[in-house]
Design a protein around this ligand. Sequence first.
Ligand code: TXA
Ligand code: MG
Length: 343
Amino acid sequence: MTGGALDMPAITAAARLLEQGRLVALPTETVYGLGADAENPEAVARIYQAKGRPQDHPVIVHVAPGAVLGYWASAIPAEAEQLAAAFWPGPLTMILKRAPNIPDAVSGGQDTVGLRCPSHPVAIALLQAFKGGRGGVAAPSANKFGHVSPTTAQHVIDEFGADGTVDAVLDGGQSAVGIESTIVDLSRLATHGPVLLRPGHISAEAIAAVIDALPAAPDAAAPRASGTLESHYAPHTPVAMQGSHEIAGTLARLKDAGKNVALIHYSHFPDVFAESQLPTSPEGFAHALYAALRAMDTAGADLILVEAPPQDDAWLGVNDRLRRAAHGSTGIVHGLLNHEPFS
Ligand code: TXA
Ligand code: MG
């Protein structure tokens, strides 16, 4: 799809597949999701199988605009209503106490449910066609567990095309936001207040402006979120981050050592083996980041080197994803230069 009319026959067919317990990949404004009927435990189990994801990781339930929150959650604080009114449809997921009709498989055995109403027109049309708009589509990002999230239909096909586990892929063009939704936990308001489980396009400050309380950083007892694992969103090639002033020297030394570097950057650097230059705004950088990580991962480089963005709040979501993509690659630059890696 390149904007304009929706492919309603494909969307309707995908809704019927979901109703039959099949898996459908759908575009959202954040990243593509791998969807199944949230009220069908066998269908949800297929998602875990396809992703190779541990069973105890909860999945987000996507609902149509105007969905009745009380059908999915057992307690709806005023803050949830306020945030839904302010940000839905949009890239915000709210964690609430789950209602009894949510299968264990969706919540990873926890007593909560993650709910989100996406704004992508194809996602909305699918949610409206599925079960007459009253269903919920459980959908994690449509990538193998731990890998980079997909932001195009082709990325989804690259992840799952060969194994036949996905029954349909709806094409909605390139995801506008490009990183996963902000997740705010509202399930323990009385004791912990709102908690930011995953930073994203909707900032903690934007949430605070609506509910008059700034979401705190996660505590040890906060609901588990797999996107918050230390190693996540990772390409196969090692990833390192360096400040703008260090990069030119590192590129020269690695070149002398015969190493190939794929560079993701926003400043100008001459003569690189492979490169992907991203916009200098946090929104533009987020939009293009995952496609760049995937492209650089296929360049045949020894290292993906990323020019570290500024450390300010506007870059929180991007820096969070980059830190996780680089996790486990500590000392890689020194290792490639034949020094002892740092540990
Ligand atoms: O933007 C997004 O959120 C995308 C699109 C497809 O909507 N979905 C996505 O799903 O990123 P996934 O599964 O890759 O990440 C969802 C995160 C995970 O970290 C999961 O653990 C957390 O949400 N999550 C879901 N339900 C939860 C719950 N009940 N309690 C705590 N965390 C939950
Ligand atoms: Mg994911």
